[in-house]
Design a protein around this ligand. Sequence first.
Ligand code: NI
Length: 253
Amino acid sequence: MMIDTHAHYDDEQFDTDREELLKRIHDSGIDLIVNASSTIESWEKIQKLTEEYPFVRGAVGVHPDEVGALTEEHMDRMKRLLELDKIVAVGEIGLDYYWDHESHGMQKKWFVRQLELARETEMPVIIHSRDAAEDTMEIMKKYASGMKAVIHCYSYSAELAKEYVKMGYYIGIGGVVTFKNAKKLKSVVREIPLTSIVLETDCPYLAPEPYRGKRNSSLYLPYIAEKIAELKEVSAEEVIRQTEENSRKLYGL
Ligand code: NI
């Protein structure tokens, strides 16, 4: 049984075949899917998905590219959604200095505010961080110590990953690990313990080889597990068993 710890089935790329695809995914041995949220508009769709599909859980939060639209009223709405049984995390939240859609000050303000809400509601957090290694670490140290978290789609050094592992956080590994040029991420997987890794697709984005560039889905999760197994010189079954246990601990599933 496998758990996809980060997917976006609310995305319009799934509008044509969502129902059929999700059924196929569940039949293929994917036990649970956690659907992360990026925008305020996605919350309602995600809540609906968790109601329609018994194997889908949701997270609510606002991606750093989208925080310009956030208000305290939205935080109240988030808080109410976090009381639902099938909403299991706050995310994805964080910093993105690659796209830089919002000022760094604005991104940091709402990152911290959403971490505070997660602490108040005792929820785990899903962290998105791109080209913002230093500021993310600083904020996590200051505002998220002792909390459960996953650094999703991890893209930094092995050294920094080890620091996050020491803080008790999980590292989300997805399709990028199968790419030929992903040397840095492969060394991350080799150097951190399997007990700190969770599997994710981030679908519809970042499909693993041999589907790179195509629409991604949880059907491709086994390719990620197999690559991790190869890098860690253990069986794919062991990767699947351990990452499932990690995912359940992370989200309290
Ligand atoms: Ni995502």
